[in-house]
Design a protein around this ligand. Sequence first.
Ligand code: NAD
Ligand code: LMR
Length: 319
Amino acid sequence: MTVTKSQYSVAVLGAAGGIGQSLSLLLKMNPLISDLRLYDLANTPGVAADLSHTNTTCQVRGFMGADQLKDALKGADLVVIPAGVPRKPGMTRDDLFAINAGIVRDLCVACTEACPNALINIISNPVNSTVPIASEVFKKAGCYDPKKIFGVTTLDIVRSNTFVAEAKGLDINDVDVPVIGGHAGITILPLLSQTYPKCDFTAEEADKLTVRIQNAGTEVVEAKAGAGSATLSMAYAAARMAEACLRGLSGEPDVYECSYVASNITELPYFATKVRLGPSGADEVMPIGDITEYEADWLAKLKVELTGSIQKGVDFANQ
Ligand code: NAD
Ligand code: LMR
């Protein structure tokens, strides 16, 4: 087993935003992280000063504006990107493409120059397209490693675990529902048939839960009524994903999370399934496993939408 390091440098890009601030707090509390860099276009000096008063061992520094981006990234082991605009009611995640595609592209260009070997966790929507954009940027720069770029879909797993535990009266700490596909509407496919601990769902229960999980982001967008999308649950989910990546880097065995990554599991070049995290990032992309006819129907439908979203990202990065 390769044990690389036990303490890591992590950069958050978009750190002064709704997700960025809560996520930075959770990362500041993580003993695996010794050096936290907060980058945004504005307000990071204040957020960093505030966080620096918490008595955890991790050091925190703020970086503001494009001039300071590369300093924020230099030597980072992991870069988490929640930079970009969130949805308002009535919008799809794809409606964010016009603004967020360019933001993710430019931030990834800086990563290729300042920390080409870092793991990249992309939160900015539409994830189904921003992960292909990031990958194309790294390919163009000649430093693409498909094991290092992750679309963060952890919130779909967090939600599935919560909703299933509530519906079936299970201990929420025990429940694990894999979620595959992508991260938008019908491309989100919870595999309820693979729920741990093993659980039976009627057809009606499975349909109700599946559709709720697919629309859970919209549930929050509507409840926030124009004030943005999920931030607290997303920060929680992103902190869990970041920790899994760092535990994998440190050589800890058997670290698994679902994530949207470069994949040979289906005919699509990017797809979310369970991934084994290790010293080089996504050390193994796991197969889908056995699924029901109901899940297979969704899988066929989601592949059509996901194919279009992937192509849109690839085309944008190469235009
Ligand atoms: P927000 O508006 O509160 O914060 C976004 C931050 O990004 C702002 O502070 C802004 O200044 C910053 N930013 C914009 N352009 C930047 C750039 N070029 N460089 C650095 N920072 C930049 O939004 P939020 O609620 O934190 O959401 C951020 C993104 O995360 C949105 O795209 C949203 O759709 C996405 N999101 C994804 C998931 C997921 O499951 N993957 C969940 C929730 C939200
Ligand atoms: C979510 O699932 O909460 C995020 O993708 C944000 C959104 O726009 O729904």
